[in-house]
Design a protein around this ligand. Structure first.
Ligand code: SF4
Length: 357
């Protein structure tokens, strides 16, 4: 099986997807791409949240024409999402995109595919083949009767073969389905069958709540199997939420090394402080801190020092105050109303130290 590190490294702008490189977090804009101002504003918010590659739909000539200006104003690789119209792909490539998401088998005659591949080769940009259970080729659906993992693999291999015949190997593949077991099985078959990096996603996974759970179940299973080189969590929500969920998921599997991890207790009758607010505030505060700090927020000191031993910094509540811990050792007592600020200060000091090392 081609687990993560055994996949072919593929360059996307200044990043590499595949090989032993970290899993790259992606999202997609929700604006009209032709509206440069709105699109750039959304991309900048995504960048700040930790998005590493962003995709925009290129569904009209106006959208394609906006690419150069968008590219100028952002700092992460830009991907053009193309459906069927190879001319839009060519215009987006000329406009400076760093990757194209297009299925070569869907753009018609061979000479069109050749033109797109030639343009990608010239600019040294990869192609992402996006297999989707909801839009499998008719002959595959007829063969299998309904979307299956085998059918999705057959579709992927069909598109891959077209590119390989043209001596093109900078390929990334996604095998998306909104049905989680189907997506997992499709990615597993893909990882067994070809060495190209896999872009993970549970498509149309749902709202912030439901979609987070579905994506975490699907992508989490795959990540734990060693599958997946880049991922997008698709949510019916502000795309910044997709980045938050993706980062949290990668943290869960120890795949991102530069993020703050929060450990907080579920609270119980022993609690004497407003821990839920404190934990949520700290979570928000640390979202954009790029340092591997483990923060523990516990409601009381019953298990405090023990549970906080693994944490770099932590608090345990007491009546109207809290104990501040560093690696399990009590540092000082802090009044409850100052706990949040004190904890923030300590985290910032640690983050600064990390930056300087
Ligand atoms: Fe309850 Fe204290 Fe455990 Fe939190 S840390 S769940 S308040 S016993």
């Amino acid at each position: 099986m081609y687990t993560r590190e055994k996949t072919r490294p593929v360059r996307v702008g200044d990043l590499v997807i595949g090989g032993n490189h970290q899993v790259v977090i992606q999202s997609m804009t929700t604006t009209k791409t032709a509206d440069v101002k709105a699109t750039v504003a959304e991309i900048l918010r995504l960048e700040e949240a930790g998005c590493q590659v962003v995709r925009v739909t290129v569904n009209t000539r106006e959208a394609a024409a906006a690419i150069p200006e968008i590219k100028k104003q952002i700092h992460i690789p830009l991907v053009a999402d193309i459906h069927f119209d190879y001319r839009l792909a060519l215009e987006a490539i000329r406009g400076g995109v760093d990757k194209v998401r297009i299925n070569p088998g869907n753009i018609g005659k061979r000479d069109r595919v050749e033109e797109v591949v030639k343009a990608c080769k010239e600019r040294q940009i990869p192609i992402r083949i996006g297999v989707n259970a909801g839009s499998l080729e008719r002959h595959i659906l007829e063969k299998y009767g309904y979307p299956t993992a085998e059918g999705m693999l057959e579709s992927a291999l069909h598109h891959i073969r077209i590119l390989e015949e043209l001596d093109f190997y900078d390929i990334i593949v996604s095998m998306k389905a909104s049905d989680v077991p189907l997506a997992i099985e499709s990615y597993r078959l893909a990882a067994e069958s070809f060495p190209y990096p896999l872009h993970l996603g549970i498509t149309e996974s749902g709202t912030l709540f439901g979609g987070t759970i579905k994506s975490s179940a699907g992508l989490g299973t795959l990540l734990q199997m060693g599958i997946g080189n880049t991922m997008r969590v698709s949510l019916s929500a502000d795309p910044v939420e997709e980045i938050r969920v993706a980062r949290e998921l990668l943290k869960t599997f120890h795949i991102v090394s530069d993020a703050v991890t929060i450990v907080s207790c579920p609270t119980c009758g022993r609690i004497d402080i407003d821990l839920i607010s404190l934990a949520s505030e700290i979570e928000r505060f640390t979202e954009n801190i790029r340092a591997p700090i483990k923060v523990s927020v516990l409601g009381c000191a019953v298990n405090g020092p023990g549970e906080a031993r693994e944490a770099d910094i932590g608090v345990a509540g007491a009546r109207g105050e809290g104990l501040l811990f560093r690696r399990g050792e009590v540092v000082r007592k802090v009044p409850e109303q100052e706990l949040l600020d004190e904890l923030k200060k300590e985290i910032l000091i640690m983050a600064k130290r990390y930056e300087e090392t």
